[in-house]
Design a protein around this ligand. Structure first.
Ligand code: PRP
Ligand code: ZN
Length: 286
């Protein structure tokens, strides 16, 4: 049996660059860019397939690739048997209903008897059923946002990230149908060696994702403030405390979520902390 892991990522689009970046930060070097169909990693038994995101669920379900990185929205729409392994925290967006900006929107019942253009007919249909609304879904393969302007549909159901596509097309978002982000999915079909490789890859990705969410903090504080500061910033186990050359002072090192740091910054200063440094962490293993 071959012991190489194949991962499918988006060839071109919102996810492609960040997917490659994640692999790179996980210590995997891929020589050629996404211009070709596939590329081989030089320092890990991994082959990368560059595909249209919409095709990834099928390839992974059928075991052509053992893993894939794509949006939750595409996985939900395609409904192929793939297993979600990891939420990757990038390419955050929502699948929303939108209508022409000038129309007053009373609620989901507005869509009763209307025509909605989308590339996500499955998810949309479920949403409409849940809301008890009967609308016609017009399934198209792209440029959904122009549908109302050319008279193809009354509204649309599409991915919104910054909202600029809706804005430039004179549309407004009126309902959130689902929230989505990039995820790592796995195939139901792989051999033991591939499963072991996937575990290694997941371990590395987790170390990167954990580190992305946190900061390394260094600060100086008077010794009597160390217990109170340690309570505010407990870190991974407990903070590292090193004596400064100046008598009565210590340097304290710890790891926190960036938001938690901003939440306690005023208290830290009141306790006498000074010379506070905040730096990025590259990998974090628990
Ligand atoms: C979505 C959607 C819009 C755009 C919205 O496409 O179809 O074109 O993103 O982003 P914005 O709110 O920042 O303007 P997507 O990237 O999912 O591409 P795809 O449908 O071709 O896969
Ligand atoms: Zn797509």
């Amino acid at each position: 049996m071959e012991s190489i892991l194949r991962i499918a990522i988006q060839k071109k689009g919102r996810l492609s660059e960040k997917s490659l970046q994640l692999l790179k930060e996980a210590g995997i070097s891929i020589s050629n860019g996404s211009s070709r169909l596939k590329a081989q990693a030089s320092n890990f038994p991994l082959e990368v397939l560059f595909l249209r995101d919409d095709d990834i669920p099928q390839y992974v379900a059928e075991g052509v690739a053992q893993a894939g990185i794509l949006g939750e929205n595409v996985v939900a729409e395609k409904a192929f048997p793939v297993e979600t392994k990891l939420e990757l925290g990038f390419a955050k967006c929502r699948l929303s209903l939108a209508i022409p900006r000038e129309i007053d929107y009373p609620g989901p019942q507005w869509f009763e008897g209307k025509k909605v253009a989308t590339t996500y007919p499955g998810i949309l249909q479920q949403f409409l059923e849940k809301e008890g609304v009967h609308a016609q879904t017009e399934s198209i393969s792209g440029s959904v946002e122009v549908a109302p302007g050319i008279g193809l549909a009354d509204g649309i159901c599409d991915i919104v990230s910054t909202g600029s596509t809706l804005f430039t097309n004179g549309l407004k978002e009126v309902e959130t149908v689902m929230r989505s982000q990039a995820i790592l999915v796995a195939s139901p079909q792989m051999n033991q060696a591939q499963e072991a490789l996937l575990e290694q890859l997941i371990f590395r990705m987790q170390a990167v994702l954990r580190a992305r969410k946190r900061k390394y903090i260094l600060l100086n504080a008077p010794n009597e403030a160390i217990p109170a500061i340690s309570q505010l910033l407990p870190g991974m186990k407990s903070p590292t405390v090193l004596p400064l050359a100046e008598e009565g002072w210590s340097s304290l090192h710890t790891v926190v979520h960036e938001q938690e740091f901003w939440d306690v910054i005023d208290q830290l200063k009141k306790l006498g902390a000074e010379g506070i440094l905040v730096t990025n962490i590259e990998k974090m293993i628990l």
